[in-house]
Design a binder for this molecule. Sequence first.
Ligand code: ARG
Ligand code: ASP
Length: 733
Amino acid sequence: MKLLRLLVVLFSVPMFAQQGGMWIPSLLNGMNETEMTNLGMKMSIEDIYSVNQSSLKDAVPQFNGGCTSEVISPNGLLLTNHHCGYGEIQAHSSVEHDYLQDGFWAKSYAEELPNEDLEVTFIVSINDVTKEVLAGVDALKSEADKKALIQKNISNLQKTYKREDWQNVMIRTFYEGNQYMLFVTESFEDVRLVGAPPSSIGKFGSDTDNWVWPRHTGDFALFRIYADKNNRPAKYSKDNVPYQPKHFLPVSLDGIEQDDFTMVFGYPGRTQEYLPSYAVEQIVEVLNPAKIGIRDAALKVTDGYMRQDQAIKIQYASKFASTANYWKKWIGESQGLKKSNAVATKKAYEADFTNKVNKAGKQAEYGNLLPQFEKLYKEITPYALANDYFQESLRNDELISIGFRLYQLENAYKQNGEQSFNDRKANLIKGFEALYKDYNKNVDKDVFEKVIELYGKNAPADLTPAVIKNIDYTKLTNTIYAKTVLTSYDGIKALLNGNATEVINKMNQDPGFKLVKDLADNYFDKVAPKYQELNTEIAALQRTYMKAQLEMNPDARIFPDANSTLRVTYGKVNGYAPKDAVTYDYVTYLDGVMEKYVPGDYEFDVPQKLIDLYNTNDFGVYADKNGKLPVNFIGTNHTTGGNSGSPALDAEGNLIGLNFDRVWEGTMSDIYYDPAICRNIMVDARYILFVIDKYADAKHLIEEMKIVYPKQASKDKELKDNKLKKVKKNKKK
Ligand code: ARG
Ligand code: ASP
């Protein structure tokens, strides 16, 4: 039975199905171009990426390092997600004008709000520099020497590569060290907030709906790029002017239909599609459950307090959302990996790989890879688990994270002396002020007890410090929180007052600090060194495995894992069937917003004006042909974190949507992409324009965009052509 299943899996070989993948925009010629054309694309590859003429890439900058954005007007108007601009919207908000709550719309350039530390980065060109980066590397024996030479070659290139003074050079590895690409980039630092809907539109459904389809979120915000008089990047100045892009995206109001071609263009952050089965097993069986467990406990405690106390709700809202985001993703990921038999599929793929290696007579080079992986993953498991317990404790409990910063302060003194200590201390005190504004001792104390208990009981015993093993966790927590001064800003300021020796003496008498020090010492003595050593070995193995996979499958669609560089992914508008008897449609409507509406609820409230527009069917040109207003839609584009804010484009490169999430059942796509259930979620461009126009009455913004109706236009053209043909025929007669 098992064998049969394996065979079925093997012969359907879904590892390289004709879907999915995040491709390098400068290398789309050939296979990708054919696939895209077959899916319905009407552009040429040069329209997407070109160094000689303006192309789509000139309209798609990375947004603040972690998201994507796109230029949608000749005056540098920039579209991204509400959740990507959340920090900026929050920073401009106060009790008198709460833009998160009420939304914000600048009525003129003068009202647009500058943002410190916000930048967007365009790609000017992409070039393969593998030869230059790997020059001389093969001759070296040790991994450490190889690493050092690669680093040296990279910094040489960075210094010497030809570029304009306002441009930068960035080099990234692809295919796990087998290929290197150089990007010339331009970063703009004067980016101003132009518009944002209220959270009841931009974050509608909040954490409950996060990672979930059907979805009804207007997750968008508008910014504008400013440049100096020469249209070049410049620091903020009131004399700067709206940036004139090399290209901006027209917005199509034609809307989407089943099977329409879609392309998502953006900066996916990180995927791990080529892991061996042993690694996937470890994620599903060991690491995800541990991380989910810790976050589960921390979130439950925090949620309990947030529901009882409005002040705590405000203090913890943003932290809660960020912790919950990946907590929820990992749960979906584990379920999806199990449900799609990812491990069995990988094992079948590995059997096939081994066969190919044997047939090619490459046993000496590649025959040992998989057994080596098996051995190393077995060895690293306890260290990886201990590492995750330590990291997640640090991330989820505030006392531990504060204590750890003091631990680093003590180390700075030990390693670099008083000056380094003082610099770090000054920075810490500044940072702590903001931290303690959003700190509640009761929440933190309860989270601490839960987190430490999970850590003490479940991390591998010989890699866990004695102080948290086999103890009464309530008692430990009470003892620490009765005495520690790390639970208030005044307490920590007093603690940090004095010279290095005095401060370090005081710190080492604080029971909170002492516990964190025990955790951290244990981690750096017993866990980190071995963990890193094994990881380096695994990375080297993975590099060879990647090379071997490319070599053994010369015609397969093997795309490089995401690495925060610009990629193209394409597919079509399509629903999915996540489980028995359930099928999901590909589009949601404003009707669905009203179905979910819970008056006064922080997740599902709906603003009155939107209700009015709904009740009067006042959708203008944004309704679909049945008079309904589309809100979100899904497609088979392979996306990941970092793709938020990416444009969804039609066959001709017009904007039809704004990517912001993935469906719950398909969140395992970072490790294993299953075209049957992996879908990305986009805001329909018509909903965005509707909110700007009808809800916010910001018609001047619509006016600066270029609105198109390509399907309508091609139908008109067809009609005209047909008429012409008829006329010609008639003439012949
Ligand atoms: N899950 C989406 C992404 O990973 C959206 C996250 C923001 N929304 C939220 N409710 N936390 O980033
Ligand atoms: N929501 C993600 C982002 O912020 C996108 C995803 O993970 O699908 O980039």
